[in-house]
Design a binder for this molecule. Structure first.
Ligand code: UDP
Length: 472
């Protein structure tokens, strides 16, 4: 039997005050039509990284909605997770090849995990490439299998993609974080775009008073009275922690006494993290104002909450990114963010909400200085960020999108979908007043942001130009 991750119980009712009423009401009624359905979420690790963060919150809420949800994790030899990390990197475009030995390790571990799979499910969500081949080796098909890809697969290393691609052919559906991520030769017909979301009630995101937050930081040796910038992320080259240190050094020439915290988690499926950790320690060894923390030394959710809440600026200098939950987490706390223009980050910070997007170390340094020197502007950006997360990036919206997908798989292509408008560019559900709309050939399209509307218009123009439309 695969390892089941124990999770507590949760009540949808506690989310009522956080989400737009139409989302809340539709979620309850959509779930009714799936009452009693059995859902398995299969992932690679019970802790560390965005997927475990999401499942930790989503699974108990599904259960509360009357859907029997279980979260299980695969296991593997150390070499298996080295190979799956190389596959993860290759899917995000890294060079390199997977050898015959790597392929054999992946197949051997996938076969073993497939043999451990038991139980009957109506829907199986398989998260990311690590468990992707379990379906191929499971031998018999049970329910609808959905590959949930959380990473940026828009320009994968062709050899790695070809290897993973063959294991996807039997899936009924695939879900991506952004339309841009869908590889052109994906062998799955049914594709859905669903951006992730954060849980406002998790210990990482719940309201924390300033005084408690200061006590937490004080306890772990960070001076909450001195200026502080923080990046919270796995220790991963794609999150560019060394770029963060380089930018911090530039900023400190202009802001003496500035502290930098690098808060990183070690995930079970990420052996590369230790190498990155060592590089960070080397780069920061002689600098008492750079603090490096990990989940293994007791920096958990409440500490992350305090860092995201009390930092003057939160940094997320990703070069390649799936979604980047840590961005919405900081925005939810109204803390200004400076982040790399990568993956799902521009969607979260669309129309300038929450902070500034950057493309280089120098731009990052300039943006941080600007925010530190203009606290009123920083506060306003932070306020806009929190509003945007409330409107689009909280857990009930994500659950509604996923339940909507499950219903449509059961009922077929003509199934009635949620009545809530869906942004045709990013897939977000728009429960309130849309930020922008376009009427094209008599049909109205609503958008979560002006950025999405612009992309929609550009795509229309590229596809053949002057289609009649009226902007609202
Ligand atoms: N995280 C954490 N502790 C750490 C570093 C990261 O709890 O020391 C969490 C972070 O708050 C976020 C998740 O790990 O919830 C990372 O998700 P994200 O989508 O940002 O990146 P991923 O790791 O999935 O690439």
């Amino acid at each position: 039997m695969l390892q089941t991750v124990d999770i507590g119980s949760r009540s949808l009712d506690s989310y009522r005050s956080f989400v737009p009423p139409p989302i809340f009401d539709e979620l309850a009624s959509a779930a009714q039509s799936l009452a009693g359905a059995r859902v398995l979420h299969l992932s690679a690790t019970p802790y560390g990284g965005g997927v475990s963060e999401l499942l930790r919150s989503a699974v108990p809420l599904l259960e509360n909605l009357g859907i029997h949800a279980v979260w299980q994790v695969i296991s593997g030899e150390e070499s298996f997770f080295r190979v799956t990390k190389a596959i993860h990197n290759g899917l995000q475009g890294a060079a390199g090849s997977i050898t015959e030995v790597d392929r054999a390790i992946y197949k051997r571990n996938s076969t073993r995990n497939a043999a451990l799979l038991d139980g009957e499910y109506d829907f199986v969500f398989v998260h990311d490439p690590q468990p992707a081949a379990v379906l191929s080796f499971a031998g018999r098909r049970r329910g609808f299998w959905i590959w949930r890809c959380h990473i940026d697969t828009s320009a994968p290393n062709p050899e790695v993609w070809e290897f993973v691609r063959r294991y996807l052919v039997d899936y009924e559906a695939a879900v991506f974080t952004a339309a841009d991520f869908v590889p052109p030769d994906l062998p799955v017909e049914r594709v859905e775009v669903i951006p992730p979301a954060i849980d406002p009630l998790s210990p990482k995101n719940l309201a924390l008073s300033g005084s408690t937050g200061r006590e937490v930081l004080d306890w772990i040796g960070v001076d909450a009275d001195a200026p502080l910038v923080t990046q919270v992320s796995r220790f991963d080259p794609w999150k560019d922690p060394l770029g963060v240190i380089a930018a911090y050094r530039l900023v400190r020439e202009r802001v003496p006494g500035l502290q930098l915290a690098l808060v990183g988690s070690m995930a079970l499926d990420d052996p590369e993290a230790w190498d990155v950790y060592r590089e960070i320690r080397e780069a920061s060894a002689t600098d008492a104002l750079i603090h490096v923390f990990t989940n293994l030394t007791g920096v958990g959710n409440v500490e992350v909450n305090a860092f995201q809440r009390l930092s003057d600026v939160v940094i997320q200098k990703s070069i390649r990114e799936g979604f980047g939950l840590a961005v919405s987490e900081a925005m939810w706390k109204a803390t200004p963010v400076v982040a790399g223009r990568a993956g799902g980050i521009p969607l979260q910070m669309a129309d300038g909400a929450g902070g500034l997007l950057v493309g280089s170390v120098e731009e990052l340094a300039d943006a941080v200085v600007w925010l530190l020197e203009d606290p009123a502007a920083a506060r306003e950006l932070g306020r806009l960020g929190r509003d945007r997360v409330r409107d689009f990036f909280l857990l009930p919206r994500l659950l509604l999108s996923e339940i909507d997908l499950m219903r449509s798989l059961v009922e077929g292509p003509d199934a009635e979908r949620t009545s809530i408008a869906r942004d045709p560019v990013c897939g977000l559900l728009i429960a309130g007043q849309p930020v922008a709309s376009v009427v094209r050939e008599g049909r109205r399209h609503d958008f979560c942001s002006h950025d999405c509307r612009e992309r929609f218009l550009r795509a229309g123009a590229a596809a053949g130009g002057a289609q009649p439309h009226r902007e609202e």
